[in-house]
Design a protein around this ligand. Sequence first.
Ligand code: CMC
Length: 430
Amino acid sequence: MSDSKVVLQDSKSGQAHELPVHQGTYGAPVIDITSLNKQTGYFTYDPGFVSTASCKSDITYLDGNEGELMYRGYPIEQLAEKCNFLEVCYLLLHGELPNVGEKESFENSIVTHTLINESLLNFFKGFHYDAHPMAMMTGVVGSLSAFYHDSLDIQNPQHRMETAHRLIAKMPTIAAAAYKHRMGEPFMYPQNHLNYCGNFLHMMYARPVEEYEVDPMAEKALDILFILHADHEQNASTSTVRLAGSSDANPYAAIAAGIACLWGAAHGGANEAVLKMLDEIGDVKNIEKYLAKAKDKTDSFRLMGFGHRVYKNFDPRAKIIKTICHQVLEKYGDDPRMELAMRLEEIALKDEYFIERKLYPNVDFYSGIIYSALKFPVEMFTVMFAIARTAGWISHWIEMIADPSKKIGRPRQLYTGPASRNVPDISQRG
Ligand code: CMC
């Protein structure tokens, strides 16, 4: 943090107010406006937090202009190449990569938490067979708060870490149970001799009537995708978890709020929307028509998987995903949607509309094609995102709760409604 200042001059009163400026390790300097209202009586107005840093954080840094992403200072490309997902979870939670002993004990801890309480399985029976798995995830993860509330002291760092381990361990179990419910198939219990992604694949696709062998390539592809999705600083769902958790709410309920936010098509729901869009476009010859729709301001259609609030250059995750996509399709057979996606990307990147607005493919543009090649139904795509992002959500929740300067999140507003008036008698209302 630096101690430079900016001066705010009020053109009405002529008064000048000094505001401190902080500089983080990287990124744009931020003007500290915490004393603004006290000093000046003003609030700031910034819908969508376009210019506002909502907190300070040590976890993730991304540079949207350079297309760089780092977890705890480590570039995402190196983490994807040299680590597995659980090592990355440990990194996000603890700030450092685990050594051999720490890795083993973390993995052992995760394994002891993979089971869910049997009565949770009854929750699924209450959902219609075709309920969207994200709806089930929101409900069932939220219901974990009923199991771990009275015994959980969020001021206790050990309890917080145990909550993180439980969530990371149970998310794949809950996700697979949601899938099995939709399929009308029996729930498969976790197999703790398998690794994190292998176990998830087993719970998804094994059936009690036959042997199931985890495919190492599917396991590896999934592991990399989980690393890429594990955290992304103050995105909408992470900010939701922080805001919900800022009232000292139960962390499982706060994570459920994050899942609900992630589901939206402008956020994690985009991977599902991309595949639906590619199916709708159907053929390379229709690309121009759909690009024209995306550019037409009177049409609500957007090119899904394109654009990002922060990245104004290639999303580094999209670059890695595109490479895995090729490898996966080589093994599992070509998907005509891949060719369509590549042509769409090529044409859009040459189009003035997309160039001017710096709209590049984001993480969701190719991930759906990989999931689809691995036989995941489209409705599960955002669920996979939620499993991975749980590591980021809970790391941010821990960081926030442990921060002695934490305050309940409580934004202000610019009120534009009617001025004060008297309630008319019902006979006089128009
Ligand atoms: N297709 C067509 N036009 C677009 C698109 C798009 N995908 N994205 C942005 N624009 C246009 C937008 O219409 C606006 O144009 P103008 O300046 O003429 O009004 C300009 O680009 C800026 O867009 P914005 O909506 O102000 O940008 P934002 O930062 O608020 O939104 C976004 C970012 C990701 C919500 C948006 O780009 C979008 O809706 N993309 C499609 C959905 C998507 O792929 N979401 C996944 C994001 S990455 C993963 C994640 O966060 O979970």
